[in-house]
Design a protein around this ligand. Sequence first.
Ligand code: SAH
Ligand code: F3S
Length: 433
Amino acid sequence: MPKKLFIETLGCQMNVRDSEHMIAELNAKEPYELTTDSTEADLIIINTCSVRERPVHKLFSELGLFNKKKKEGAKIGVAGCTASHLGKDIIKRAPYVNFVLGARNVSKIAEVVEKDKSVEIDINYDESDFAFKDFRSSPYKAFINISIGCDKSCTFCIVPKTRGDEISIPAELIVNEVKKSVANGAKEVFLLGQNVNNYGRRFSGEHDKVNFTELLRMVSKVDGLERVRFTSPHPLHMDDEFIEEFATNDKICKSMHVPLQSGSTEILKEMKRGYTQEWFLNRIEKLRAMSPEVSISTDIIVGFPGESDADFEESMKVAKAVKFEQMFSFKYSPRPHTEAAEYTNVIDSEVASERLLRLQTFQDGVVDEVMRVQVGKTHEVYFELLRSDGFISGRSDNNFLVKVEGSEELLGEIRKVRITDAARMSLTGELLA
Ligand code: SAH
Ligand code: F3S
């Protein structure tokens, strides 16, 4: 009987990929069967996020529950960014935890499960040349890391402290991963990094200098690959060459996550984002002009220290000007070891909540309109999920969730769909020939 593994993944797509890496490394040593029931697992792993504060509190109550109901002899491990950030304190606070494994150390999973109470959280550890074993949670698309860590120092963000300095993964390794994924049936790859368009600044060994635009060209030449996605680009590094490649390369899906953070140039300066409102709007204007079908998503933080009513209005102004197809908005949450956590001009929590509500209410209206105007349009949809209600769903090139009536022969197929109905989260359509 293979051992059973329960793994819960919180946070971003990098974590999703890190969980796949851990599963692959564990399996290479001894086979594990995945389970969604923690009470029957021999190994329980929580792959954590520490970008905002709430999940950290949740972690300990969740760990307590897992421990209470675990199978006898089962091990519990905490991995990811909260592991990097809290380290051995996790075992102090929850002594039944068997190991702590930082976001930058996931390649060591098979070692740490063997050693009780081990804590591996070195953020200088270099996994950029490490040949991870293979495990993919979806046969249809492959998440592929192109860099680890982040070299920026946005004053609100804990990520550089949990994932370390940015190191790019050699282009030849990435292209090999893409080829392997395509050979295994994936038509789509998702290139991942905290700051993808900063790719190629630093490698750990001697490697050809390749920038992100060149990497996109190399990847999209792989035979059999039909779709390339990536996340996240940094607005500062969106040069003309990159936008032109994005717009003109047919393999690149026309959706982009462009994290604004704030619309106020003053606040952007305090956040150390390196761009102004004008630069951001100029880049979006070029993107929309060159790629009219593009859907743009963003992240916005409200209530950053010192954000005045007028600063917040600047975020509203950008939201109104751009009409993002999707927006993730958050109340600022002070994080340990970040510069902004030391700022004393904090914003009253209720004021921040009111601002968030205003922004989200405005955005809901934008999304309703964005979805409504899709009716009658034709999208190319890559079908990935068979649902229990007789529908099958997938993503359009520009990232809308689309469902049609259909059965499993559509799985893994890219087909044209005419949209017949729209809801807030998804579109319904009918297959065209
Ligand atoms: N690399 C990405 C961001 C990674 S963190 C970038 O270039 O922006 C993911 C998102 O979490 C960020 O875009 C930000 O909007 C949000 N976030 C990060 N730190 C935060 C904090 N302290 N409070 C609230 N939101 C935060
Ligand atoms: Fe964080 Fe800024 Fe890097 S948001 S992940 S420090 S680009």
